[in-house]
Design a binder for this molecule. Structure first.
Ligand code: GLN
Length: 230
């Protein structure tokens, strides 16, 4: 019998937000990625079927999706922060991240270089907070709904640069030789999976067990290689 308490019997319902390649994105009509593989392992460990709910990141990070029982768990490349931990319960960290700068102009290597220029952030993210706190007043900050819109705006030259997590930006730059990651800001972030606030300790324990076991048995490294190697 599964220890995890779920909203739909037999199913682990997981909220995620697209696109956030290589953590969660569409490939040939299917939603795949590092987070999706981890979520699948968590479902399997509890004899549950994985069901994904694709929703906005804002509703995930604000706790709305979890606390209104839209899903049992969130897997969205979401940074563990004190503010979010007041409204949702985080698992142990499973991935290190830092903010980074994506630009189509290699001479732009800092927020100061963007004075008088436009900089895209994604709504509700730690990148948005970082820019609010650190960009000079002369930077024209533009807010985007998702990473897809944000990164294509840099590629097309609609904006000069964007700030988001290093993993997805490095991945985008690898696929698009006309854009570059010219800086990383060392914000020292860690991603966590999340469940509703004070609502599902059994599931949280099981998530933490899957994270630690996958690190011990080498399967975490295999997933890393699968999604980040090459
Ligand atoms: N890690 C960042 C955050 O938690 C961005 C997450 C995302 O865009 N999916 O805010």
């Amino acid at each position: 019998e599964s220890g995890a308490n779920v909203i739909t019997e037999g199913t682990l319902t997981v909220c995620t937000s697209l696109p956030f390649k290589p953590f969660e994105f569409r490939q040939g009509g299917e939603v795949v990625g590092f987070d999706i593989d981890m979520a699948d392992r968590i479902a399997q460990a509890n004899d549950l079927e994985l069901e994904l709910v694709i929703t906005g990141f804002e509703g995930i990070q604000s706790g709305q999706a979890l606390n209104t029982n839209q899903c049992d768990m969130a897997a969205a490349g979401m940074t563990i922060t004190d503010e979010r931990a007041e409204v949702i319960d985080f698992s142990d960290g499973y991935f290190e991240a830092t903010q980074a700068l994506l630009t189509n102009d290699e001479s732009i290597t800092s927020l100061e270089d963007l004075d008088g220029k436009s900089l895209g952030v994604m709504t509700g993210t730690t990148g948005e907070i970082y820019v609010d706190e650190n960009a000079p007043d002369g930077v024209e900050v533009r807010v985007f709904e998702d990473l897809g819109l944000q990164s294509t705006a840099v590629k097309s030259g609609q904006i000069d640069a964007a700030v988001q997590d290093n993993g997805p930006l490095l991945d985008f730059a690898k696929d698009n030789p006309d854009v570059f990651v010219t800086a990383e800001f060392d914000t020292g972030e860690e991603y966590g999976f999340a469940v509703k606030k004070d609502g599902n300790d059994e599931l949280l324990d099981s998530i933490n067990t899957v994270i630690s076991e996958s690190r011990e048995d080498g399967s975490y490294d295999e997933l890393y290689e699968k999604w980040f190697g090459q």
